[in-house]
Design a protein around this ligand. Structure first.
Ligand code: SAH
Length: 398
């Protein structure tokens, strides 16, 4: 191993690296030998000069380095990435059932031992996100090796994410390899079809992390009148119709998302009148429904990240409480609330507390029937608890 640069940690600040947490904050670093550039591999030493492993350096981020490996004998090169990519892809053979979907997450960054790299597969296309200086530095190699490992020839980049700014990187999108993607490409999930815009859609085009929960909503929808809040392109709505809903109303603030939702209903052979669509603000709409005394049997709340980090948790908690309280009031006795949070800054424990507070204020007696999380193609490495970001509860409300 020949690594040109070294960082030495402060005494007492080695613990998280020894526990195999991949992040090294700037405050934990005593000294940096030389001037490693953005994304360069650095050797990480304890204050007593023991070699702890190899990391990618990020000169502008407060997460100053991210561990590639704790095995000091490894070299960070094409072979290293080939091994990690193959292992990640092999993991999906367990995480995704054979006929479950042709769209799923192939690489889930830190949780697959590849900090800052996300690769989502949509049928014949791989969509890449390079979120950190380290993954950016290996971009060309990762695209080629990722395509090879996945047996795919088309790649598109969606590095249009704000977190790149913290890494001193500009946002970027575009074709990486193969054919330009169609305006909308079609994916197949649990026997249903969806149109996905990988170039301009939210995230990399579809909320792959909710796949298993969509299936659960299908099972729970039979004969129930459903309200799907923050519906995006109608994922939960299409599943609700497939499950025999007594009617589904879907709302999102994005006009494009709602249009795509309508198309997804038609694509699956369902009639237009099986679903009602609203473009609007959920906070206002729930109040309007309350004032009209509308009632539902199943309300889904899947809002965007209100609290990306713990710093925004308090404000976010108010937002979650508000919509959950309103939703509970719209439920018929015995109705179900399927409520989610994808905020990294809100723990599962805090989320449940917020929902409990909402029930109390709504004067509702509610119990958790099921605890939900992200689909298994978004694994959580046990040394990286932050990887568990999607929390969901199905509550019955009386
Ligand atoms: N449930 C969806 C994903 C929801 S993502 C799925 O499974 O595919 C969150 C969605 O909330 C986005 O589509 C975004 O456009 C929408 N959104 C954000 N703020 C909103 C608001 N105040 N009112 C309505 N929709 C909102």
């Amino acid at each position: 191993m020949s690594v040109k640069y070294q960082i030495i940690l402060k005494p007492g600040r080695e613990k998280s690296v020894l526990l195999r947490h991949p992040w090294i904050f700037s405050g934990a670093i005593a000294s940096v030998a030389g001037e490693p550039c953005s994304g360069e591999t650095v050797a990480v030493y304890s204050s007593r000069k023991e070699l702890l492993g190899l990391a990618a350096y990020s000169p502008t981020s407060s997460i100053r380095a991210r561990m590639w490996t704790w095995d000091a004998g490894e070299t960070i090169d094409r072979d290293f990435f080939t091994r990690r990519l193959r292992a990640a892809i092999l993991r999906r053979k367990v995480a995704v059932q054979a006929d479950e979907s042709d769209a799923y997450r192939l690489v889930h960054a830190e949780s697959d031992g590849l900090p800052g790299l996300v690769i989502d597969r949509y049928a014949d296309y791989l969509v890449f996100q390079f979120l950190t200086a380290g993954s950016e530095a290996w971009r060309a190699e990762l695209v080629q090796l990722g395509l090879d490992a996945a047996g795919c020839r088309n790649a598109y980049e969606r590095s249009d994410v704000e977190v790149r700014r913290l890494e001193g990187l500009p946002e970027r999108c575009g074709i990486l390899a193969g054919d330009p993607p169609p305006e909308l490409l079609q994916i197949h999930e649990n026997g249903l079809s969806f149109l996905v815009d990988i170039q301009r859609g939210q995230k990399t085009g579809f909320y792959l992390d909710q796949r298993r929960n969509r299936q659960r909503i299908r099972e729970l929808s039979a004969g129930r009148e459903v309200l799907n809040c923050f519906c995006y392109s109608g994922g939960f709505s299409v599943y609700a119709i497939a499950g025999g809903t007594a009617g589904v109303t879907s709302i999102d603030s994005s006009h494009e998302a709602v249009e795509l939702g309508r198309r997804n209903v038609r694509l699956n052979g369902f009639a237009d009148n099986e679903a009602d669509w609203v473009v609007g603000d959920v906070f206002q709409y729930l109040r309007a429904l309350r004032d009209q005394a509308r009632q539902f049997d199943l309300v889904i709340l899947d809002p965007p990240k209100f609290a990306p980090t713990a710093a925004q948790a308090e404000r976010a908690a108010r937002g979650y409480k508000d919509i959950n309280l309103l939703a509970m009031k719209l439920l018929r006795p015995g109705g179900l609330l399927a409520t989610f949070s994808c905020s990294g800054g809100i723990s599962a424990e805090l989320f449940q507390k917020i929902i409990a507070g909402a029930a109390l204020d709504a004067g509702a007696e509610a119990r958790v029937l099921e605890i939900l999380s992200q689909a298994p193609d978004h694994p959580v490495a046990l040394n990286f608890a932050e990887g568990a970001y999607l929390k969901g509860l199905i509550c019955q409300v009386n």
